[in-house]
Each structure stands twice: as C-alpha cells, then as structure tokens.
Write a protein that binds this ligand. Structure first.
Ligand SMILES: [Zn+2]
Length: 160
C-alpha cells in the first residue's frame, strides 16, 4: 500500500503497487504464502537446488494456514507450467526469427531447448505459486471473520 502526499503534505491517492504485499504478483514472484504474503512458500526458496525444487511447507510459518487445500491440488500447476513453457518457446523462437532471420534452424531449436532446460526449475516453482494465487485469496495474517466463525462452529461441534 502506497500513500502519496500532496505538496501541502496532505494524504493524496492511495493504491497498491503491483509488487507490494497484498498484491498477488508479490506472492507469486517472491514465493510467499498465498494467504498472508509473509511466510515462505517453499522449503528452499532457491528453485535451482534441484533436490528440493517444488517442495512446499505444509503450513505457513507466519499465519499457520494450510498451503494445500486438498490432496493433489498442485497437479493443476502442470497446466500453468505448460503455458509458461509455451510462452517461453514462442518468445525465444520469435526473437530468433525477427533478430536473426538467417540463423539455421538447428540454432533456433538449440536455443529454445536450452532456454527451456535452464528455466525449468524456476518455471516449475513459479507454476505452483501461480496456481495457488488462482485459488487462494489474500487474507492477511490475522484470522478473518469467516475463519473465526468456522473455528467456533468446529469447536462447538466437537463439544456437542
Ligand atoms: Zn501465511
């Protein structure tokens, strides 16, 4: 959230910058908790540590909400990964055709392939945070009204 001050020092327009907390892009690219945008999403936030790439925490260390709403939730991330790979393929190939129209086809293919190989871990991690951002709304750290009501209802149900 950014508040601009007028020349006289009064508060002017207030709006969210795209890469600040509360904006989904922030959580997606900084690999943060989709619920509160504060806790780390991945066990290791460097996707190029290949043994742990894509491993997420079970719950957020800050707001303690679950990262996986249902079993197999992140299989849907494959659609995102596919879209990202196609976008990268199209970008590299088009750039080659436009910038180096005389380059041989094997070179275009080699660049596309190496581009896909080298960005694969990053795109894989990104596909999960994007998929989470599609389905998990930002709620802030504190429990929401609805979450408190649900917790109270659950507590009442177990007592009865
Ligand atoms: Zn959180």
């Amino acid at each position: 959230m950014v508040t601009f001050l007028t020349a006289a020092g009064r508060k002017g327009a207030t709006f969210d910058l795209p890469m600040t907390k509360g904006n989904k892009l922030y959580a997606v690219f900084k690999f943060k908790c989709p619920h509160c945008h504060e806790g780390e999403f991945f066990v290791d936030s460097n996707p190029y540590h290949l043994s742990t790439v894509g491993d997420l925490h079970e719950t957020c260390s800050v707001c303690h909400r679950k990262y996986t709403p249902e079993p197999g939730f992140y299989y849907g991330g494959m659609y995102v990964a596919y879209a990202l790979a196609v976008a990268l393929f199209a970008t590299i190939y088009t750039a080659m055709i436009v910038l180096f129209p005389d380059a041989p086809l094997w070179l275009d293919a080699a660049l596309v392939l190496s581009g896909l190989v080298f960005t694969a871990p990053y795109l894989y991690a990104l596909s999960k945070t994007i998929w989470a951002a599609f389905f998990i709304p930002y709620k802030g750290v504190a429990p929401t009204e609805k979450e408190r009501a649900n917790a109270a209802a659950r507590a009442a149900a177990t007592k009865a």
